[in-house]
Design a protein around this ligand. Structure first.
Ligand SMILES: [Zn+2]
Ligand SMILES: [Zn+2]
Ligand SMILES: [Zn+2]
Length: 451
C-alpha cells in the first residue's frame, strides 16, 4: 500500500480508477488513438498511454455478474433500470404515451420437483405428524423455522426422492416454454379481435422484457414486463378493446395452457414441460400515490435480478469441463446433484439438442438473463454509446467528418491486494453517491429519468 501511494503516478492511477468506477478486475492496455480530419488528413487529437502511469490505461472488465465484479455489474444494473423504465414510461427514444398502453408485470415459476426446506417468518418449514418417512428413510416433515440465510433453505428434504432429471430438463426447455407462451398470447389476442393471426401486426404489437432469477432451490423464476402497442410500435396506440384487464386474462390462460415436451429418450421417456401453479400477473400502474406495482418499482426490481447469477445459489459462473470437476467444486450437495444430472443426461444422444453439458454450470438453463423484444425500448449498445461519448469528452457532438485510428495492446489485468483495497473504496463511494442521487431524484422528479 505504501509503495503504491508513493508511486509518482498514484494520483493519475486514482483518476483512472475513478473513471472506471472502481472496477474489481480492470484490464490494462497500452497504445494510442489518433483522430484526424477525414477530408484533410490533419491530426486533430492524439491520445497515448505513454503519458499514463507505467504507460498503461485501465479499462472496465464490464462483467455484468455481481459475483465477478460488483461495480461493473451495478453499471449494467443501472443500464437495465433505464432500459426497462424507458419501455414502461417512455424516454430514451420511447414516446411517453406508452404509460397509457396495457402493461403487465408477470412472474412465472417452475413447478415443484420435490419438497425443499422453506424460509418462513414464523411458520414451521414442513409441518407433519412425526414418524412419516419416505422409502429412503428421510423425514417427510421438518419442524424447524428457517431464516432466509439458513443454508438448508432450498435443499431437498430427501435428495433421493427429488426429481433432478425433471428439474434440469425443465430448465433446458424453459426458453422454449416462454416463446410458446408468447405465441399463445398473440393467438388469443388475434382471436379476440377476430383477425387472422398473420394480420395481427396490422393491429397491435406485443413487446416484452424479461429476466430470469434463480430461486434458492436452484430453479429459475421468470419476471417479465409485457406491453401492447399499436401497429407501429410504442408511438401508436393499441386497439381500444385491448385493456390491461383483457391482456391479464389472455396471459393468465396462456400460462395455464402452454406446454412443450422433451425429446423422447430411452429409460427416461418424455417429459411434459409446463409453468408451475404459482404465477402472478399484475397490471402496471403509472407512478401514483397508492399503486403497489409501479413503473419505477418494476424497473428497479428487474435491474436487481440482472446482476444476480447462478453464483448466488452457490453455482459457478463458467462452463464445466469434466464430470470430475463437478465433484471438486465447492457447491451445495443440491447444486452438485443438479450439475451431475446435467452431465449425465447430456451424455444421452437423444437429448443432445438440449446441450446440457455445456450448460451444466447454469443447471441446464440456456436463456440469457435479460431478453427483450426489439420494439420494447432502447438497447444496451445505445446506452453504452451515450456513456462512451460522454466519457471521451465530446459531449454528444456528432463526430462526423473525422477518422479515428487506434492501436491497443493488452498488458495485464486485475489488481494487487493494495490496489483492490483502494478500488473497492472508490466503488463504495460511487455507489453511495448514486443511491443518494437516486433517492433524491425519485422524490423530486416523478417520471423524470435519474442518471
Ligand atoms: Zn469490472
Ligand atoms: Zn426445513
Ligand atoms: Zn426419499
Amino acid at each position: 500500500m505504501i509503495r503504491l501511494v508513493q508511486d509518482p503516478g498514484f494520483r493519475r492511477w486514482l483518476d483512472q480508477m475513478q473513471a472506471i468506477g472502481g472496477c474489481a478486475h480492470p484490464i490494462y492496455l497500452s497504445g494510442q488513438t489518433t483522430t484526424r480530419d477525414a477530408a484533410t488528413g490533419d491530426v486533430l487529437r492524439v491520445y497515448s498511454t505513454a503519458d499514463e502511469p507505467h504507460g498503461v490505461l485501465a479499462v472496465r472488465c464490464g462483467n455484468r455478474r455481481e459475483s465477478r465484479c460488483e461495480p461493473c455489474s451495478r453499471l449494467h444494473g443501472g443500464d437495465t433500470f433505464h432500459l426497462v423504465r424507458a419501455g414502461l414510461t417512455g424516454g430514451k427514444t420511447v414516446p411517453a404515451a406508452v404509460v397509457d398502453h396495457p402493461r403487465l408485470f408477470v412472474t412465472l415459476t417452475a413447478p415443484g420437483f420435490g419438497p425443499v426446506h422453506r424460509a418462513t417468518a414464523d411458520e414451521r418449514c414442513r409441518p407433519r405428524r412425526s414418524g412419516c418417512q419416505c422409502i429412503h428413510g428421510s423425514d417427510l416433515g421438518c419442524g424447524a423455522i428457517h431464516g432466509e440465510s439458513d443454508s438448508t433453505v432450498g435443499q431437498p428434504l430427501c435428495p433421493a426422492c427429488y426429481d433432478y432429471s425433471a428439474h434440469v430438463l425443465w430448465h433446458a426447455k424453459a426458453g422454449e416454454l416462454w416463446n410458446r407462451t408468447c405465441i399463445l398470447v398473440r393467438r388469443s389476442l388475434a382471436a379476440s379481435l377476430s383477425v387472422k393471426q398473420r394480420d395481427l401486426n396490422n393491429h397491435l404489437r406485443v413487446s416484452f422484457a424479461k429476466v430470469a432469477e434463480y430461486q434458492k432451490r436452484g430453479a429459475v423464476h421468470v419476471h417479465a414486463v409485457i406491453r401492447v402497442d399499436g401497429p407501429d410500435g410504442p408511438s401508436t396506440p393499441p386497439p381500444s378493446r385491448v385493456s390491461s384487464r383483457m391482456l391479464s386474462e389472455v396471459v393468465e390462460s396462456a400460462v395455464e395452457d402452454v406446454e412443450t415436451r422433451t425429446p423422447y429418450a430411452p429409460a427416461l421417456g418424455e417429459y411434459i414441460i409446463q409453468w408451475g401453479d404459482q404465477f402472478d400477473v399484475h397490471p402496471i400502474s403509472p407512478e401514483s400515490a397508492r399503486a403497489t406495482v409501479t413503473d419505477s418499482a418494476v424497473a428497479a426490481y428487474v435491474a436487481k435480478y440482472v446482476s444476480k447469477s447462478v453464483g448466488d445459489v452457490g453455482g459457478v459462473d463458467r462452463p464445466i469441463e469434466s464430470a470430475s470437476e463437478i465433484g471438486r467444486l465447492s457447491v451445495t450437495p443440491h447444486v452438485r446433484a443438479l450439475m451431475g444430472t446435467c452431465w449425465r443426461l447430456g451424455g444421452i444422444p437423444a437429448l443432445e439438442s438440449l446441450r446440457l453439458r455445456l450448460w451444466a454450470h447454469t443447471l441446464g438453463y440456456r436463456g440469457h438473463v435479460l431478453t427483450k423484444s426489439r420494439k420494447y425500448s432502447t438497447t444496451y449498445a445505445a446506452l453504452q454509446a451515450v456513456r462512451a461519448t460522454f466519457r471521451s469528452g465530446s459531449r454528444g457532438e456528432d463526430e462526423e467528418g473525422v477518422s479515428v485510428e487506434s492501436v491497443w495492446r493488452y498488458v495485464s489485468s486485475g489488481h494487487s491486494l493494495a490496489e483492490a483495497e483502494i478500488a473497492s473504496g472508490i466503488a463504495a463511494d460511487i455507489s453511495m453517491t448514486r443511491d443518494i442521487a437516486r433517492e433524491e431524484g425519485g422524490r423530486v422528479s416523478r417520471g423524470g429519468g435519474v442518471d
